[in-house]
Design a protein around this ligand. Structure first.
Ligand SMILES: *Cc1c(COP(=O)(O)O)cnc(C)c1O
Ligand SMILES: [Zn+2]
Length: 411
């Protein structure tokens, strides 16, 4: 296997450097809190790679920046390559001309998680893994299940009992073995780590397996390219475990390291008020403390953000900020984004947009800036929350007279 542009790994907890051949997921000195960061030989990447030499339209386009052997068989589903919209009507309504929406709900299984799974699976296959596993609030599992189905690899999933039914259905349809745990996501995470040790299953947990964040990085690489190899002024990201925002940070960090960009965007972490340990730690400049999550945005209902150190680094190094939104603001953001831009996100998927709206209303976003808001998951993944946002349709007798009556009332 030849991935010579990967120099090694470094522990986010103690700083220890490990060789690229290190096979354990975390730092041998720190254990599970010793989340690793993948280090690259940027001189080598710079020498080998040209902007106009990138090939293909999906996430594999950025292979020179990924910890994947170029000779490895490509994944069978097309991940990434999602649109970056400049939603004119919404920009006009908000009097904010520089707004861009990155719709990652358009991935094969409907969320940004596919970007991580595709790299995870490529590495699992290269490592000769026969079985894969993940703990997930829902989307990471759906994504692993879909991609594993296409690759013919059995997959064992741990989801909490509160996972929305559409996500559970997605898992079962893809043929995954699903353990719906009578417990929390935190408990699912621990079970999956234990199970991967016990049974030798390849672990796809993004905040555990260091290579997964590298897959999420492709969303940031795409944004930069879609803006003509420029960094926006700010990127809004909804945060649960903190892997997506770490991936976005890594993207811009890597592009700056190879000299393709000269600045980083400010990264703005958005969390639900009822699950905001990262926002709290950032504001108080203290270590992250576990909380009991309470939000309808299930994909970011994380009480123990497993990639908190990386997320905080992303905020610190990018001169970023952190903001909370209420569940009501999340539902309002869902209506607004779908109603004015035609992009329908699940609650966690529109949380970043809710954070943008809140900061815009508070006068915290200069009007001349260029802001990218990441939509991380498709709205059909959580129908109950969508109905909470919009209520029920008009019921009508099957007669024109009845329709007319309703039309005149609606007009
Ligand atoms: C997983 C997820 C998030 C949060 O990502 P983290 O990497 O856990 O911070 C946000 N939105 C959606 C739709 C997700 O599935
Ligand atoms: Zn360590």
């Amino acid at each position: 296997m030849s991935i010579d542009h990967v120099k090694g790994l470094s522990c986010m907890n103690c700083g220890k450097q490990l060789p690229p051949t290190h096979t354990d997921y975390t730092c041998d000195a720190c254990g599970v809190p010793g989340i690793l960061d993948v280090l690259y030989d940027y001189d080598l990447i710079r020498k080998r790679t040209r902007k106009d030499g990138l090939e293909g339209q999906d996430a594999w386009r950025y292979l020179p920046f990924l910890p994947v052997d170029p000779a490895a068989p490509p994944p069978r589903l097309s991940v990434g390559g999602t649109p970056l919209y400049h939603p004119e009507r919404l920009c006009r309504e908000l009097e904010f001309p520089g707004l861009h929406i990155k719709d990652d709900g358009r991935n094969p299984t409907g969320s940004l998680k596919d970007r991580a799974s595709v790299v995870g699976l490529a590495r699992a296959i290269a490592a000769g893994a026969r079985t894969v596993t993940a703990a997930s609030t829902g989307n990471a599992a759906c994504s692993l299940a879909g991609l594993s189905a296409a690759a013919g690899i059995p997959c064992f999933i741990f989801v909490p009992k509160r996972a929305p039914r559409p996500k559970v259905a997605q898992l079962l349809v893809f043929g995954a073995q699903v353990f719906q745990v009578e417990g929390t996501y935190e408990q699912c995470f621990d079970l999956s780590v234990e199970a991967s040790r016990r049974f030798g299953w390849y672990n796809r947990n993004c905040a555990y397996n260091p290579y997964l964040v590298e897959g999420k990085k492709t969303v940031g690489l795409e944004i930069a390219e879609q803006l003509g190899w420029q960094a926006p002024d700010r990127v809004y990201v909804s945060v649960g475990d903190g892997c997506i925002i770490s991936g976005v940070y890594k993207a811009f960090h890597d592009l700056k390291a190879v000299g393709w960009l000269d600045k980083l965007p400010r990264l703005i972490a958005v969390q639900a008020e009822g699950a905001a340990p990262v926002v709290k730690a950032f504001r108080d400049q203290r270590p992250i403390e576990p909380i009991e999550p309470n939000t309808l945005a299930d994909s970011i209902a994380c009480g123990i953000p497993r990639n908190g150190l990386k997320a905080l680094r992303a905020l610190r190094e990018s001169g970023g900020d952190a903001v909370t939104v209420t569940d009501q603001q999340i539902l309002a953001a869902m209506r607004r984004l779908a109603g004015s831009a035609g992009v329908f996100g699940e609650p966690a998927g529109v949380t970043a947009f809710a954070g943008f709206l809140k900061q815009l209303a508070a006068g915290q976003v200069p009007r001349g800036e260029r802001a990218v808001v990441l939509v991380t998951g498709n709205g059909l993944k959580d129908i109950d929350s969508a109905f909470k946002a919009v209520g029920e349709p008009m019921r009508v007798e099957p007669s024109m007279a009845a329709v007319e009556k309703l039309v005149s009332r609606a007009g």
